[in-house]
Design a protein around this ligand. Structure first.
Ligand SMILES: Nc1ncnc2c1ncn2[C@@H]1O[C@H](COP(=O)(O)OP(=O)(O)OP(=O)(O)O)[C@@H](O)[C@H]1O
Ligand SMILES: [Mg+2]
Length: 321
């Protein structure tokens, strides 16, 4: 079935209502996660311990009818630990594939920077190709295979920071902040009762609003969203400015151009519009660009942040009317 924008909107509203039974607040975070999912991309999630990163991804999987899996990355994790291995079966004298945890739909890859490069690249390859090779044989993953990866703060010992080329594989970074005072009071109050977030999720009180097989047709609604030529120029202008700005050592590459276009279009539809506005682009610029830009060391020492640079670039570039 092909979804109309109205049907998409209806499904989204239902999904948000179900998610809200578990996850308190975090509306902008949920929108960004939805944007990654409906554009069939992957996302980095950043936030201090306990801001409900795990809970969010588990809840999204439940509401969208997708399988959920989690991998805790550690320094001794080998590529085969995530993809799987062929194990010799003595009974029937043949090798049987024991599938690894990437054989799921929504995968939470926790602290990916704690695993060595070889293991990180096995995941990144699976993300890009949506298939894995095990002993020269290629196995397809789910069509909707989506990775949400968290990173351990870099100051920790024994981390292997993701190289820029690998971060580029993620469409955007979702930053999860702590709750506001009223929401935190709600969390505190609910923690005591039967409506505690985990309890609601485990008690199966959350409904699946769309079967996993329909995610594909849901996505097609994006094709009905129009983008004016001036806005395409605007996106390209922003991306190119990140490359020439005095404060940047590495600017955003062509994947960022694509990611910002797709993210802005998905943002428009999440707002219930069938056309992109400059605001869609401005709102998505930071989440898409912040993981791709590296500042010149002297600017970094001065305490400038990538988000500040993006903010300034957005102010400098004329907004199409
Ligand atoms: N916005 C929220 N809504 C509902 N529950 C929340 C929220 N924020 C925190 N919690 C509660 O805080 C606890 C921690 O959540 P969770 O395990 O998902 O955090 P995390 O970000 O994955 O932490 P870590 O980085 O340690 O893995 C859970 O019990 C969850 O119910
Ligand atoms: Mg967690």
């Amino acid at each position: 079935m092909a979804y109309t924008i109205e049907q998409f909107q209806e499904t989204l509203t239902k999904a948000k209502r179900e998610i809200a039974k578990v996850v308190i607040g975090q509306d902008a975070v949920i929108d960004k996660a939805m944007i990654a999912i409906i554009t069939r991309n992957h996302a980095l999630i950043e936030g201090v311990p306990g801001v409900a990163k795990t809970l969010l991804v588990r809840t999204l999987a439940k509401v969208l009818g997708c399988d959920f899996g989690r991998i805790q990355f550690t320094p001794d994790l080998m590529p085969a630990d995530i993809t799987g291995t062929n194990i010799f079966n003595m009974k029937n004298n043949e090798f049987n594939l024991v599938k690894g945890p990437v054989f799921t739909t929504f995968l939470l890859a926790d602290e990916i920077n704690r695993a060595p490069a070889k293991t990180q690249s096995a995941l990144l390859q699976a993300m890009q190709e949506r298939c894995v090779s095990i002993d020269c044989e290629t196995h397809p993953l789910s069509e909707d295979f989506t990775v949400f990866a968290t990173q351990n703060p870099l100051e920790y010992e024994g981390t292997y920071p993701l190289p820029e080329a690998q971060k580029d594989r993620f469409m955007l970074k979702i930053t999860m902040d702590c709750l506001g005072p009223e929401e935190e009071i709600e969390l505190a109050r609910r923690s005591l009762g039967n409506d505690a977030p985990e309890k609601v999720l485990e008690a199966d009180a959350v409904q699946t609003v769309i079967p996993a097989e329909e995610l594909g047709s849901l996505r097609e609604v994006l094709l009905h969203v129009t983008v004016r030529d001036e806005l395409i120029d605007y996106v390209v202008g922003i991306i190119r400015a990140t490359r020439t700005d005095d404060s940047t050592m590495v600017g955003a590459g062509p994947r960022a151009t694509q990611a910002l276009m797709l993210a802005a279009r998905a943002h428009a539809i999440i707002q219930g519009r069938d056309f992109v506005t400059p605001d869609d682009i401005k709102i998505m610029a930071n989440p898409v660009l912040c993981l791709r830009i590296i500042l010149q060391p002297e600017y970094e020492i001065e305490g400038m942040t990538v988000s500040e640079v993006i903010e300034r670039i957005l102010q400098e570039i004329p907004v199409p009317r």
